[in-house]
Design a protein around this ligand. Structure first.
Ligand code: IMP
Ligand code: MG
Length: 169
């Protein structure tokens, strides 16, 4: 497979440290729950939380919108739910990439009705060009053009999640 590095490992690590510092500052005293959206966010989440210093908890949910291809099917399904109650909690949803915004809007809808104190998004990658639905993103790592990317948790047919950098497929 041919692939070209779009964002190096070093750039990613530096940016993740900056995001962790922002989150530490904004959520000081708030004991946030960071919710990783599986599977794509697992590496970003793992690096992010290890760079944070404030007390926080971690939980996961799994959603699917791609059926193995390179474009969203548009139909988002909940595969597995949170394991904790988020009522009156500060929730920060951790995404690998926000593309059309369909997944994030679905997550906002299902978690919003559980009355969290706050519900925000941090995404490593932001493909604003592809947006179909607006998403209120509090933090993002990098803005990228409309190209399918792999690595650092992102897959193509479930492969390449282990690359330490982001590459163009
Ligand atoms: P959205 O619902 O279109 O915003 O897409 C959300 C999900 O699609 C992301 O969380 C990713 O799992 C996946 N996705 C979107 N773009 C890419 C890409 O370029 N590479 C790999 N996965 C992607
Ligand atoms: Mg994802």
């Amino acid at each position: 497979m041919q692939s070209e590095i779009l964002i190096s490992e070093e750039k990613i690590q530096n940016r993740v440290a900056e995001l962790a510092a922002h989150i530490d500052k904004d959520y000081e005293g708030k004991s946030p729950i960071l919710v990783g959206v599986l599977k794509g966010s697992f590496i970003f989440l793992a690096d992010l939380v290890r760079k944070m210093t404030i007390p926080h908890q971690v939980d996961f949910l799994t959603v699917a919108s791609y059926d193995g291809g390179v474009s969203s099917t548009g139909v988002v399904r909940l595969i597995s739910d949170l394991s904790v109650n988020i009522e009156n909690r500060n929730v920060l949803i951790v995404e690998d990439i926000i593309d059309t915004g369909l997944t994030s809007n679905y997550i906002l809808k299902i978690l919003g009705v559980r009355n969290p104190s706050s519900l925000e998004f941090v995404t490593l990658l932001n493909k604003t060009e592809c947006r179909k639905l607006e998403v209120p993103i509090k933090y993002y790592g990098f803005e990228i053009p409309d190209q399918f990317v792999i690595g650092y948790g992102l897959d193509y047919n479930q492969f390449y999640r282990n690359l330490p950098h982001i590459a163009r497929l």
